[in-house]
Design a binder for this molecule. Sequence first.
Ligand code: HAM
Length: 427
Amino acid sequence: MNLRAVKGMNDILPEEIGRWHQVEAAYRRTLERCGFREVRTPVVEATPLFVRSLGEGTDVVDKEMYTFQRHHDDLTLRPEGTAGAARAYLEHGVQNREPVTRWYYVGPMFRGERPARGRYRQFYQAGAEVYGDPGPVSDADMIDMLVGWLGELGIGGLEVVVNSLGSAETRTRYREALVTYLTPHRAELSEDSQQRFERNPLRILDSKNARDQALCADAPSLLDCLDPEDRAHFDGVLQALDALGTRYRIEPRLVRGLDYYTRTLFEIRTTSGELGAQSALCGGGRYDGLCRSLGSSHDVPCIGFAAGLERILLAMTAPPTPPNPFVMVAPIGEEAAAAALVLARDLRRAGVEAHLESKGQRLKAILRRADSSGATLCLLLGEEELANQRVRVKQLAQRTEEDVPRANAVTHVVAQLAAIARGASVP
Ligand code: HAM
Protein backbone atom coordinates (compact mmCIF):
# COMPACT_ATOMS: atom_id res chain seq x y z
CA MET A 1 0.00 0.00 0.00
CA ASN A 2 1.36 3.40 -0.96
CA LEU A 3 0.84 5.78 1.94
CA ARG A 4 2.22 8.86 0.27
CA ALA A 5 0.34 12.10 -0.45
CA VAL A 6 -1.82 11.97 -3.60
CA LYS A 7 0.08 13.05 -6.73
CA GLY A 8 -0.28 16.79 -7.31
CA MET A 9 -1.48 17.40 -3.73
CA ASN A 10 1.13 18.82 -1.39
CA ASP A 11 1.76 19.12 2.31
CA ILE A 12 2.60 22.60 3.53
CA LEU A 13 4.95 22.12 6.47
CA PRO A 14 5.33 24.55 9.39
CA GLU A 15 8.67 25.88 8.08
CA GLU A 16 6.89 27.03 4.89
CA ILE A 17 3.74 28.37 6.49
CA GLY A 18 5.21 31.77 7.45
CA ARG A 19 5.30 32.83 3.80
CA TRP A 20 1.71 31.64 3.27
CA HIS A 21 0.57 33.67 6.25
CA GLN A 22 2.45 36.69 4.92
CA VAL A 23 0.76 36.45 1.51
CA GLU A 24 -2.68 35.79 2.98
CA ALA A 25 -2.41 38.59 5.56
CA ALA A 26 -1.44 41.10 2.86
CA TYR A 27 -4.36 39.81 0.76
CA ARG A 28 -6.92 40.22 3.55
CA ARG A 29 -5.57 43.69 4.38
CA THR A 30 -5.74 44.81 0.75
CA LEU A 31 -9.22 43.42 0.13
CA GLU A 32 -10.75 44.69 3.37
CA ARG A 33 -9.34 48.15 2.68
CA CYS A 34 -11.31 48.05 -0.58
CA GLY A 35 -14.56 47.08 1.19
CA PHE A 36 -14.52 43.30 0.57
CA ARG A 37 -15.70 40.85 3.26
CA GLU A 38 -14.73 37.20 3.55
CA VAL A 39 -17.13 34.45 2.54
CA ARG A 40 -16.57 30.73 3.18
CA THR A 41 -18.49 28.26 1.04
CA PRO A 42 -18.26 24.45 1.08
CA VAL A 43 -15.43 22.64 -0.68
CA VAL A 44 -18.03 20.25 -2.15
CA GLU A 45 -20.95 21.38 -4.32
CA ALA A 46 -23.51 19.65 -6.51
CA THR A 47 -21.84 18.71 -9.81
CA PRO A 48 -24.47 20.44 -12.03
CA LEU A 49 -23.50 23.80 -10.46
CA PHE A 50 -20.06 23.57 -12.05
CA VAL A 51 -21.28 22.06 -15.31
CA ARG A 52 -23.78 24.88 -15.76
CA SER A 53 -21.43 27.66 -14.60
CA LEU A 54 -18.10 26.76 -16.18
CA GLY A 55 -19.64 25.14 -19.25
CA GLU A 56 -19.51 21.78 -20.99
CA GLY A 57 -16.63 21.69 -23.42
CA THR A 58 -14.26 23.41 -21.01
CA ASP A 59 -11.20 21.45 -19.91
CA VAL A 60 -12.17 21.84 -16.27
CA VAL A 61 -15.63 20.30 -16.67
CA ASP A 62 -14.75 17.71 -19.30
CA LYS A 63 -11.49 16.37 -17.89
CA GLU A 64 -10.46 17.76 -14.55
CA MET A 65 -13.26 17.58 -12.00
CA TYR A 66 -13.10 15.30 -8.95
CA THR A 67 -16.66 14.00 -9.04
CA PHE A 68 -18.21 11.31 -6.87
CA GLN A 69 -21.57 9.94 -5.73
CA ARG A 70 -22.62 10.02 -2.09
CA HIS A 71 -26.11 9.47 -0.62
CA HIS A 72 -27.51 9.51 -4.19
CA ASP A 73 -26.08 13.02 -4.79
CA ASP A 74 -23.71 13.82 -7.63
CA LEU A 75 -20.97 15.87 -5.96
CA THR A 76 -17.74 17.57 -7.03
CA LEU A 77 -14.74 19.00 -5.17
CA ARG A 78 -14.79 22.63 -6.21
CA PRO A 79 -12.41 23.34 -9.09
CA GLU A 80 -12.82 27.11 -8.54
CA GLY A 81 -14.67 29.51 -6.27
CA THR A 82 -16.89 31.66 -8.48
CA ALA A 83 -19.71 29.15 -8.98
CA GLY A 84 -20.08 28.34 -5.27
CA ALA A 85 -19.94 32.01 -4.28
CA ALA A 86 -22.65 32.91 -6.83
CA ARG A 87 -24.77 30.01 -5.60
CA ALA A 88 -24.44 31.30 -2.01
CA TYR A 89 -25.13 34.90 -3.07
CA LEU A 90 -28.40 33.84 -4.73
CA GLU A 91 -29.39 31.23 -2.14
CA HIS A 92 -29.19 33.76 0.71
CA GLY A 93 -31.00 36.49 -1.22
CA VAL A 94 -28.08 38.89 -0.73
CA GLN A 95 -29.15 40.93 -3.77
CA ASN A 96 -32.32 41.92 -1.88
CA ARG A 97 -30.29 43.41 0.98
CA GLU A 98 -27.31 45.03 -0.73
CA PRO A 99 -27.13 46.91 -4.02
CA VAL A 100 -23.42 46.06 -4.37
CA THR A 101 -21.73 43.12 -2.64
CA ARG A 102 -17.98 42.55 -2.39
CA TRP A 103 -16.82 39.11 -1.25
CA TYR A 104 -13.41 37.50 -1.05
CA TYR A 105 -12.26 33.98 -0.23
CA VAL A 106 -9.10 31.97 0.32
CA GLY A 107 -9.09 28.20 0.11
CA PRO A 108 -8.23 24.96 -1.66
CA MET A 109 -9.46 24.11 -5.16
CA PHE A 110 -9.17 20.77 -6.98
CA ARG A 111 -8.45 20.06 -10.64
CA GLY A 112 -7.14 16.80 -12.05
CA GLU A 113 -4.51 18.48 -14.22
CA ARG A 114 -1.09 17.11 -15.15
CA PRO A 115 1.10 18.25 -12.23
CA ALA A 116 4.03 20.57 -13.02
CA ARG A 117 5.79 23.42 -11.27
CA GLY A 118 3.03 25.90 -10.43
CA ARG A 119 0.28 23.45 -11.51
CA TYR A 120 -1.20 21.11 -8.91
CA ARG A 121 -4.28 18.98 -8.33
CA GLN A 122 -5.01 20.61 -5.01
CA PHE A 123 -4.02 24.27 -5.05
CA TYR A 124 -5.00 27.37 -3.14
CA GLN A 125 -6.76 30.37 -4.58
CA ALA A 126 -7.29 33.83 -3.15
CA GLY A 127 -10.29 35.16 -5.04
CA ALA A 128 -12.90 37.89 -4.94
CA GLU A 129 -16.25 38.63 -6.55
CA VAL A 130 -18.25 41.87 -6.88
CA TYR A 131 -22.01 41.56 -7.46
CA GLY A 132 -24.26 44.39 -8.64
CA ASP A 133 -21.72 46.78 -10.19
CA PRO A 134 -21.74 46.86 -14.00
CA GLY A 135 -18.37 48.63 -14.28
CA PRO A 136 -16.34 49.71 -16.13
CA VAL A 137 -14.67 51.66 -13.30
CA SER A 138 -14.94 48.73 -10.86
CA ASP A 139 -13.20 46.50 -13.42
CA ALA A 140 -10.16 48.78 -13.42
CA ASP A 141 -10.36 49.16 -9.64
CA MET A 142 -10.11 45.38 -9.24
CA ILE A 143 -7.12 45.07 -11.58
CA ASP A 144 -5.32 47.92 -9.82
CA MET A 145 -6.05 46.39 -6.41
CA LEU A 146 -4.38 43.17 -7.56
CA VAL A 147 -1.36 44.99 -8.90
CA GLY A 148 -1.07 46.76 -5.51
CA TRP A 149 -1.19 43.48 -3.58
CA LEU A 150 1.38 41.74 -5.81
CA GLY A 151 3.60 44.84 -5.64
CA GLU A 152 3.39 44.82 -1.83
CA LEU A 153 4.64 41.22 -1.92
CA GLY A 154 7.65 42.40 -3.89
CA ILE A 155 6.77 40.55 -7.10
CA GLY A 156 8.31 42.36 -10.04
CA GLY A 157 8.05 41.83 -13.80
CA LEU A 158 4.25 42.08 -13.70
CA GLU A 159 2.27 42.26 -16.90
CA VAL A 160 -1.46 43.02 -16.98
CA VAL A 161 -3.22 41.69 -20.09
CA VAL A 162 -6.79 42.65 -20.87
CA ASN A 163 -9.41 41.85 -23.46
CA SER A 164 -13.16 42.05 -23.89
CA LEU A 165 -15.37 39.14 -24.90
CA GLY A 166 -18.42 41.36 -25.32
CA SER A 167 -21.94 40.24 -24.59
CA ALA A 168 -23.38 36.78 -25.26
CA GLU A 169 -24.54 37.99 -28.71
CA THR A 170 -21.05 39.23 -29.56
CA ARG A 171 -19.66 35.86 -28.62
CA THR A 172 -22.13 34.09 -30.89
CA ARG A 173 -21.13 36.42 -33.74
CA TYR A 174 -17.45 35.92 -33.02
CA ARG A 175 -17.87 32.17 -32.79
CA GLU A 176 -19.27 32.16 -36.33
CA ALA A 177 -16.42 34.31 -37.63
CA LEU A 178 -13.88 32.03 -35.97
CA VAL A 179 -15.45 28.84 -37.30
CA THR A 180 -15.50 30.31 -40.83
CA TYR A 181 -11.82 31.20 -40.50
CA LEU A 182 -10.77 27.84 -39.02
CA THR A 183 -12.85 25.53 -41.26
CA PRO A 184 -10.22 25.26 -44.04
CA HIS A 185 -7.56 24.48 -41.40
CA ARG A 186 -9.64 22.04 -39.38
CA ALA A 187 -7.59 18.95 -40.26
CA GLU A 188 -4.36 20.69 -39.23
CA LEU A 189 -5.58 21.43 -35.71
CA SER A 190 -4.44 19.33 -32.74
CA GLU A 191 -6.70 16.44 -31.74
CA ASP A 192 -7.98 18.39 -28.72
CA SER A 193 -8.79 21.43 -30.81
CA GLN A 194 -10.60 19.33 -33.43
CA GLN A 195 -12.87 18.18 -30.63
CA ARG A 196 -13.31 21.76 -29.43
CA PHE A 197 -14.23 22.81 -32.97
CA GLU A 198 -17.80 21.53 -32.66
CA ARG A 199 -18.47 22.12 -29.00
CA ASN A 200 -16.56 25.21 -27.99
CA PRO A 201 -14.43 26.73 -30.77
CA LEU A 202 -13.35 29.77 -28.68
CA ARG A 203 -11.32 27.34 -26.57
CA ILE A 204 -9.07 26.74 -29.58
CA LEU A 205 -7.64 30.24 -29.01
CA ASP A 206 -6.64 29.00 -25.54
CA SER A 207 -4.73 25.99 -26.89
CA LYS A 208 -1.15 25.50 -25.68
CA ASN A 209 -0.33 23.52 -28.87
CA ALA A 210 2.22 25.41 -31.01
CA ARG A 211 0.54 24.51 -34.33
CA ASP A 212 -2.87 25.64 -33.05
CA GLN A 213 -1.31 28.87 -31.85
CA ALA A 214 0.28 29.50 -35.25
CA LEU A 215 -3.06 28.87 -36.99
CA CYS A 216 -4.83 31.22 -34.59
CA ALA A 217 -2.33 34.03 -35.08
CA ASP A 218 -4.32 35.39 -38.03
CA ALA A 219 -7.77 34.56 -36.69
CA PRO A 220 -10.30 37.40 -36.57
CA SER A 221 -10.00 39.59 -33.49
CA LEU A 222 -12.69 39.54 -30.82
CA LEU A 223 -12.37 43.29 -30.46
CA ASP A 224 -13.51 43.75 -34.09
CA CYS A 225 -16.77 41.99 -33.24
CA LEU A 226 -17.72 44.11 -30.23
CA ASP A 227 -20.97 46.04 -30.51
CA PRO A 228 -20.89 49.79 -29.66
CA GLU A 229 -21.99 49.25 -26.03
CA ASP A 230 -19.37 46.58 -25.41
CA ARG A 231 -16.75 48.76 -27.07
CA ALA A 232 -17.72 51.75 -24.87
CA HIS A 233 -17.50 49.51 -21.79
CA PHE A 234 -14.05 48.26 -22.75
CA ASP A 235 -12.87 51.81 -23.53
CA GLY A 236 -14.17 52.82 -20.08
CA VAL A 237 -12.01 50.11 -18.46
CA LEU A 238 -8.94 51.23 -20.37
CA GLN A 239 -9.53 54.91 -19.54
CA ALA A 240 -9.90 54.11 -15.84
CA LEU A 241 -6.67 52.05 -15.95
CA ASP A 242 -4.96 55.00 -17.66
CA ALA A 243 -6.25 57.35 -14.95
CA LEU A 244 -4.79 55.03 -12.30
CA GLY A 245 -1.49 54.80 -14.17
CA THR A 246 -1.85 50.98 -14.30
CA ARG A 247 -0.01 49.68 -17.35
CA TYR A 248 -1.62 46.96 -19.46
CA ARG A 249 -1.38 45.18 -22.78
CA ILE A 250 -4.47 44.41 -24.85
CA GLU A 251 -4.43 40.76 -25.94
CA PRO A 252 -7.28 40.31 -28.45
CA ARG A 253 -6.98 36.51 -28.33
CA LEU A 254 -7.25 36.20 -24.54
CA VAL A 255 -10.39 34.07 -23.93
CA ARG A 256 -9.57 32.22 -20.66
CA GLY A 257 -10.71 28.71 -19.90
CA LEU A 258 -14.20 29.14 -18.41
CA ASP A 259 -17.49 29.78 -20.17
CA TYR A 260 -19.21 32.25 -17.86
CA TYR A 261 -17.22 35.29 -18.95
CA THR A 262 -18.69 38.34 -20.69
CA ARG A 263 -17.00 41.64 -21.53
CA THR A 264 -13.83 42.38 -19.50
CA LEU A 265 -11.21 39.63 -19.18
CA PHE A 266 -7.80 40.00 -17.59
CA GLU A 267 -4.75 38.11 -16.42
CA ILE A 268 -1.70 39.20 -14.48
CA ARG A 269 1.49 37.40 -15.42
CA THR A 270 5.03 37.66 -14.21
CA THR A 271 8.52 36.97 -15.41
CA SER A 272 9.83 36.99 -11.83
CA GLY A 273 10.91 34.06 -9.64
CA GLU A 274 10.83 30.38 -10.51
CA LEU A 275 7.50 30.08 -12.27
CA GLY A 276 8.53 29.21 -15.79
CA ALA A 277 5.62 28.28 -18.04
CA GLN A 278 2.88 28.81 -15.42
CA SER A 279 3.28 32.56 -15.50
CA ALA A 280 -0.39 33.49 -14.90
CA LEU A 281 -0.56 34.58 -11.27
CA CYS A 282 -4.20 35.51 -11.46
CA GLY A 283 -7.04 35.76 -13.88
CA GLY A 284 -10.57 36.98 -13.89
CA GLY A 285 -13.26 38.88 -15.65
CA ARG A 286 -16.85 39.91 -15.84
CA TYR A 287 -19.67 37.33 -15.87
CA ASP A 288 -22.88 39.31 -16.16
CA GLY A 289 -24.99 36.31 -17.26
CA LEU A 290 -24.03 33.70 -14.65
CA CYS A 291 -26.58 34.57 -11.95
CA ARG A 292 -29.46 34.32 -14.40
CA SER A 293 -28.24 30.96 -15.66
CA LEU A 294 -28.20 29.79 -12.02
CA GLY A 295 -31.85 30.76 -11.56
CA SER A 296 -31.91 34.49 -10.74
CA SER A 297 -34.97 36.23 -12.19
CA HIS A 298 -32.82 39.11 -13.41
CA ASP A 299 -29.25 39.69 -14.59
CA VAL A 300 -26.74 40.62 -11.91
CA PRO A 301 -23.60 42.29 -13.24
CA CYS A 302 -20.56 40.56 -11.68
CA ILE A 303 -16.81 40.65 -11.87
CA GLY A 304 -14.17 38.63 -10.06
CA PHE A 305 -10.74 37.08 -10.14
CA ALA A 306 -8.70 34.35 -8.50
CA ALA A 307 -4.97 34.18 -7.83
CA GLY A 308 -3.00 30.95 -7.41
CA LEU A 309 -1.19 31.19 -4.08
CA GLU A 310 1.47 28.57 -4.92
CA ARG A 311 2.37 30.54 -8.04
CA ILE A 312 2.58 33.76 -6.05
CA LEU A 313 4.93 32.08 -3.57
CA LEU A 314 7.09 30.80 -6.43
CA ALA A 315 7.23 34.31 -7.90
CA MET A 316 8.25 35.94 -4.63
CA THR A 317 11.95 36.55 -4.35
CA ALA A 318 12.01 38.58 -1.10
CA PRO A 319 13.23 36.73 2.01
CA PRO A 320 10.42 35.60 4.32
CA THR A 321 9.63 37.80 7.31
CA PRO A 322 11.36 36.43 10.42
CA PRO A 323 9.17 34.51 12.88
CA ASN A 324 7.93 36.24 16.05
CA PRO A 325 10.37 36.23 18.94
CA PHE A 326 9.65 33.59 21.55
CA VAL A 327 11.03 32.36 24.83
CA MET A 328 11.75 28.88 26.04
CA VAL A 329 10.79 27.90 29.57
CA ALA A 330 12.89 24.98 30.76
CA PRO A 331 12.70 23.03 34.00
CA ILE A 332 16.00 21.45 35.04
CA GLY A 333 14.94 18.17 36.60
CA GLU A 334 11.49 16.74 37.19
CA GLU A 335 10.78 18.74 40.41
CA ALA A 336 10.70 22.04 38.51
CA ALA A 337 8.19 20.82 35.88
CA ALA A 338 5.06 22.23 37.55
CA ALA A 339 6.70 25.61 38.33
CA ALA A 340 7.85 25.87 34.69
CA LEU A 341 4.34 25.04 33.52
CA VAL A 342 2.88 27.86 35.65
CA LEU A 343 5.53 30.34 34.46
CA ALA A 344 4.87 29.48 30.80
CA ARG A 345 1.12 29.90 31.32
CA ASP A 346 1.65 33.31 33.03
CA LEU A 347 3.89 34.51 30.18
CA ARG A 348 1.35 33.46 27.56
CA ARG A 349 -1.38 35.32 29.40
CA ALA A 350 0.86 38.40 29.21
CA GLY A 351 1.06 37.98 25.42
CA VAL A 352 4.48 36.30 25.20
CA GLU A 353 5.01 33.27 22.96
CA ALA A 354 6.40 30.75 25.44
CA HIS A 355 7.46 27.21 24.49
CA LEU A 356 7.56 24.81 27.40
CA GLU A 357 10.35 22.25 27.49
CA SER A 358 8.57 19.30 28.95
CA LYS A 359 11.52 17.03 29.47
CA GLY A 360 13.50 17.75 32.64
CA GLN A 361 16.87 17.47 30.91
CA ARG A 362 20.37 18.50 31.94
CA LEU A 363 21.40 22.14 31.56
CA LYS A 364 23.81 21.58 28.66
CA ALA A 365 21.21 19.74 26.58
CA ILE A 366 18.60 22.42 27.32
CA LEU A 367 20.87 25.23 26.14
CA ARG A 368 21.77 23.35 22.98
CA ARG A 369 18.09 22.91 22.21
CA ALA A 370 17.31 26.54 23.05
CA ASP A 371 20.03 27.72 20.66
CA SER A 372 18.90 25.56 17.77
CA SER A 373 15.22 26.44 18.31
CA GLY A 374 15.81 30.14 17.60
CA ALA A 375 14.40 31.29 20.98
CA THR A 376 15.33 34.79 22.10
CA LEU A 377 15.39 34.01 25.82
CA CYS A 378 15.67 30.81 27.79
CA LEU A 379 14.11 30.83 31.25
CA LEU A 380 15.68 28.24 33.51
CA LEU A 381 14.13 26.78 36.64
CA GLY A 382 16.34 24.39 38.62
CA GLU A 383 16.46 23.17 42.18
CA GLU A 384 18.20 26.35 43.39
CA GLU A 385 15.82 28.72 41.59
CA LEU A 386 12.85 26.85 43.05
CA ALA A 387 14.20 27.11 46.58
CA ASN A 388 14.92 30.86 46.22
CA GLN A 389 11.77 31.75 44.26
CA ARG A 390 13.86 33.02 41.35
CA VAL A 391 14.21 32.44 37.59
CA ARG A 392 17.39 32.46 35.53
CA VAL A 393 16.85 34.46 32.33
CA LYS A 394 19.40 33.75 29.60
CA GLN A 395 19.66 35.99 26.56
CA LEU A 396 20.78 33.49 23.95
CA ALA A 397 22.33 35.68 21.28
CA GLN A 398 24.54 37.62 23.68
CA ARG A 399 25.14 34.79 26.12
CA THR A 400 24.25 37.05 29.08
CA GLU A 401 22.29 35.91 32.10
CA GLU A 402 20.23 37.50 34.89
CA ASP A 403 18.77 36.12 38.07
CA VAL A 404 15.26 37.56 38.50
CA PRO A 405 12.72 37.14 41.34
CA ARG A 406 9.90 34.85 40.22
CA ALA A 407 7.34 37.52 41.15
CA ASN A 408 8.90 39.95 38.61
CA ALA A 409 9.76 37.39 35.95
CA VAL A 410 6.84 38.07 33.61
CA THR A 411 7.20 41.89 33.58
CA HIS A 412 10.96 41.49 33.22
CA VAL A 413 10.61 39.23 30.16
CA VAL A 414 8.00 41.48 28.55
CA ALA A 415 10.27 44.52 29.02
CA GLN A 416 13.34 42.67 27.76
CA LEU A 417 11.60 41.43 24.60
CA ALA A 418 10.31 44.95 23.91
CA ALA A 419 13.81 46.35 24.32
CA ILE A 420 15.25 43.71 21.96
CA ALA A 421 12.50 44.50 19.41
CA ARG A 422 13.51 48.18 19.61
CA GLY A 423 17.10 47.18 18.99
CA ALA A 424 18.28 48.39 22.43
CA SER A 425 21.11 46.51 24.06
CA VAL A 426 20.05 44.44 27.01
CA PRO A 427 22.32 43.27 29.87
P1 HAM B 1 -8.57 30.41 -13.38
O1 HAM B 1 -7.81 31.20 -14.40
O2 HAM B 1 -9.02 29.07 -13.76
O3 HAM B 1 -9.81 31.31 -12.92
O4 HAM B 1 -7.66 30.29 -12.09
C1 HAM B 1 -7.15 31.45 -11.47
C2 HAM B 1 -5.73 31.23 -11.04
O5 HAM B 1 -5.64 30.06 -10.23
C3 HAM B 1 -4.75 30.99 -12.16
O6 HAM B 1 -4.29 32.19 -12.72
C4 HAM B 1 -3.62 30.26 -11.44
O7 HAM B 1 -2.77 31.19 -10.77
C5 HAM B 1 -4.36 29.47 -10.39
N1 HAM B 1 -4.51 28.08 -10.84
C6 HAM B 1 -5.44 27.56 -11.68
N2 HAM B 1 -5.28 26.24 -11.84
C7 HAM B 1 -4.20 25.90 -11.07
C8 HAM B 1 -3.54 24.68 -10.79
N3 HAM B 1 -3.91 23.52 -11.32
N4 HAM B 1 -2.45 24.71 -9.95
C9 HAM B 1 -2.05 25.87 -9.40
N5 HAM B 1 -2.66 27.06 -9.61
C10 HAM B 1 -3.71 27.08 -10.43
C11 HAM B 1 -10.71 30.94 -11.98
O8 HAM B 1 -10.57 30.03 -11.23
C12 HAM B 1 -11.89 31.87 -11.88
N6 HAM B 1 -12.80 31.35 -10.85
C13 HAM B 1 -11.45 33.28 -11.58
C14 HAM B 1 -12.62 34.21 -11.48
C15 HAM B 1 -13.21 34.63 -10.35
N7 HAM B 1 -13.23 34.76 -12.49
C16 HAM B 1 -14.24 35.51 -12.02
N8 HAM B 1 -14.25 35.43 -10.74
